[in-house]
Design a protein around this ligand. Structure first.
Ligand SMILES: [Zn+2]
Length: 648
């Protein structure tokens, strides 16, 4: 947490036109300033800055806010990250409070490790460009592979001198402690000897999302059969391999601008694609894609295209991992390069427009890709085909969105030549398998006790539901009768017990943020009406509800794993049982829901502002703008409550 006084100082210093001018050329226009919007492509400026009000507003794409919002948007940072960014610009020391001694020590250590890594990067880079050894070995390697200087500088590549400890000695001479050199893995230290880990390698620094160096990858150039071709920094306090994507810092702006991210394998693939003008690209650096890495991409876009070079064995090995990406609700496409090409060679051969053209024509949907790939092997083999079907269906069944799922089922039904109903049945079977045991037992119990109900056919549709709404409903359904906290009443000997359901319903009614979705309202009101009813069993009531759509939704909510897992992951992995930390989770669920609702409402207000602006109705503009800022403030409040979601 940054303390309040510091935030005030930052906000005072960060004059809007000064902040924006770092990125946009502004011209004075009356009391305001005008420029080309950095958030959408435009030829006539509609991006307005009002120094008097301290806000910016684009009348083209609708983006707007204060200087912190601008940096958040432009640099893709969270609120606290943006504050720190501004603090740095205005040389304001950031005092973070409410740190325990232990936390402080950890933070100090992290900071020290980052400082050492930053020093190392500068050292290696300088060595590459200025020292004879660096130029003749390192730089000539990059030049041979036709990397341009601007590309090399953008990624801050370097060269580590060969020898036992030239780097370690240089670092120590500059006052860096051996302890930190060892912890970052730059130096290897044993009882009786030390040596440089990366000696004689070209160096690829790995940046975190805010652009600080946290680790390195080094490629050996000598013909040494005993040494690994690529060597990476070991895990450290600042570097967790599974949470980092190479190139994310250089790519993030382009990823959110193009609403798409390419995933490749190696460092040089990333460099080559940048050089070819495709900048929305990251690499998993050899590891299989992890859920944390996917979430990192998801911060900027739900659309990911995985680029493979045509090695079938490698592709098959990676298929399983991609189910994880689907599970996160991402849209996954696959691009297969021609035989013998990798992104590096292909980008060089084709150039920017050639490569982009190839992507456009050849990227295909992941499940289609997987189905086709595996289908080839199952010709005339019914058993293999059955296995393939259940394999493909497993991929389909983890997709959270029902609509997307049904599109895939239709698709697969054609490709596999299998009836859609059969596939639906199979998906449901798979989904049941994924349910947690508790829900399974509970459902079985319910089925046994409940009288049979006529089945009302429902269409597969939960369109219009945001994830936050579904999570909210699930908590409401599952925990509405659980006591949440005690409220002191007028009589000191008595306390009033507030139940989860009561609290959740009150919170939405108070802020008038109840969803417009009819199904949401039906469940919401159904629970509200039964709050006082002590024998009310929401499970049975909704799962066996005569309205087929309600019963289906309730069943999905109470059995689907994804709803639970997503809220978990956002908080950074709780290990406790949900029931045990309801006091923590329920407010979080409510706040996430509210934040989402507000986010949905903002564009409508923006639209109002735009219309009023065009009609020269400035009273209305101001009116709507204050509404807008107010919602923004509530939203900001909420996002602070929701905690820092920085991923490093
Ligand atoms: Zn704009």
């Amino acid at each position: 947490m940054i303390d309040h006084a510091t935030i005030e100082r930052i906000l005072d210093a960060a004059e809007i036109s000064d902040v924006v001018s770092d990125f946009v050329t502004l011209r004075k226009r009356g009391v305001n300033m005008l420029g080309l919007c950095p958030f959408h492509n435009e030829k006539t400026p509609s991006f307005t800055v009002s120094p008097a009000k301290g806000i910016f507003k684009c009348f083209g794409c609708g983006k707007g806010g204060n200087s912190v919002n601008f940096i958040m948007e432009h640099e893709n940072l969270t609120y606290p990250e943006a504050l720190k960014w501004l603090a740095k610009k205005y040389h304001i020391e950031v005092v973070e409070h409410e740190e325990t001694e232990e936390q402080k020590q950890i933070n100090d250590e992290r900071e020290s490790l980052m400082i050492v890594s930053g020093f190392a990067q500068k050292y290696f880079t300088r060595f590459l460009w200025e020292e004879n050894e660096g130029r003749t070995i390192g730089l000539s390697y990059f030049r041979e592979r036709s990397f341009r200087d601007d590309t090399l500088k953008k990624f801050e590549v370097g060269f580590a001198p060969d020898g036992k400890t030239p780097f370690t000695e240089a670092a120590q001479k500059e006052g860096y402690k051996i302890d930190f050199l060892e912890k970052t893995g730059l130096t290897i230290k044993r009882d009786d000897w030390i040596r440089d880990r990366f000696a004689g390698r070209v160096m690829f620094p790995i940046h975190n999302i805010a652009g600080r160096v946290i680790a390195f990858g080094g490629r050996i150039l000598k013909d040494d059969k005993t040494a690994a071709k690529y060597l990476n920094s070991p895990e450290s306090e600042i570097y967790h391999k599974s949470k980092v994507l190479y190139g994310i810092f250089q790519a993030k702006r382009e990823i959110s601008k193009t609403d798409k991210c390419y995933l490749v394998e190696g460092y040089t693939d990333v460099l080559s694609m940048h050089q070819a003008g495709i900048e929305n690209v990251v690499a998993s650096s050899g590891t299989a894609l992890t859920p944390d890495q996917i979430r990192l991409v998801k911060r900027f876009t739900p659309n990911i295209t995985i680029i493979y070079d045509g090695d079938a064995a490698g592709i098959k090995a990676s298929l399983r991992g991609i189910d994880l990406v689907l599970e996160e609700g991402m849209n996954v496409k696959v691009l297969l390069l021609p035989n013998g090409e990798d992104p590096d060679s292909f980008a060089k051969k084709m150039g920017a427009s050639g490569f982009q053209g190839y992507i456009k024509e050849n990227e295909i949907d992941f499940i289609q890709f997987k189905t086709r790939l595996l289908l080839k092997e199952t010709e005339n083999d019914p058993i293999a085909k059955a296995r393939l079907i259940s394999d493909v269906i497993r991929s389909v069944s983890v997709i959270p969105d029902t609509i997307t799922r049904s599109v895939y089922i239709r698709e697969c039904s054609k490709l596999l030549n299998v009836n859609e109903e059969v596939l639906y049945a199979e998906v449901h079977k798979q989904k049941r398998k994924q349910n947690d045991d508790f829900a399974k037992i509970e459902l079985r119990e319910q089925t046994r006790k409940a009288p049979p109900q006529p089945v009302i056919p429902v269409k597969e549709s939960d369109a219009g539901f945001a994830e936050e709404e579904l999570v909210f409903l699930r908590f409401l359904l599952k925990h509405c009768n659980t006591p949440l906290f005690e409220l002191e009443s007028e009589n000191p000997n008595e306390t009033e017990l507030i139940k989860v359901g009561e609290f959740m319903i009150d919170e939405l009614e108070k802020d008038e943020l109840i969803s417009e979705n009819i199904l949401f309202q039906k469940i919401f009101n159904g629970i509200k009406e039964n709050l006082e009813n002590s024998t009310f069993d929401p499970w049975r009531y909704f799962i066996y509800h005569p309205d087929g759509e309600i019963s289906k939704l309730a069943t999905d909510l109470l059995s689907e794993k994804f709803v639970e897992s997503n809220i978990w992951k956002k908080g950074g992995g709780y290990t406790e049982a949900e029931e045990d930390i309801l006091d923590l989770l329920v407010p979080k669920v409510i706040n996430e829901y509210k934040a989402r609702k507000i986010k949905e409402m903002l564009p409508a207000i923006e639209e109002e502002i735009n219309i009023a602006f065009q009609n020269n109705d400035f009273e209305k503009v101001i009116d709507e703008q204050s509404k807008y800022m107010n919602l923004k403030r509530v939203e900001k409040d909420l996002s602070n409550k929701l905690g820092n979601r920085t991923i490093i």
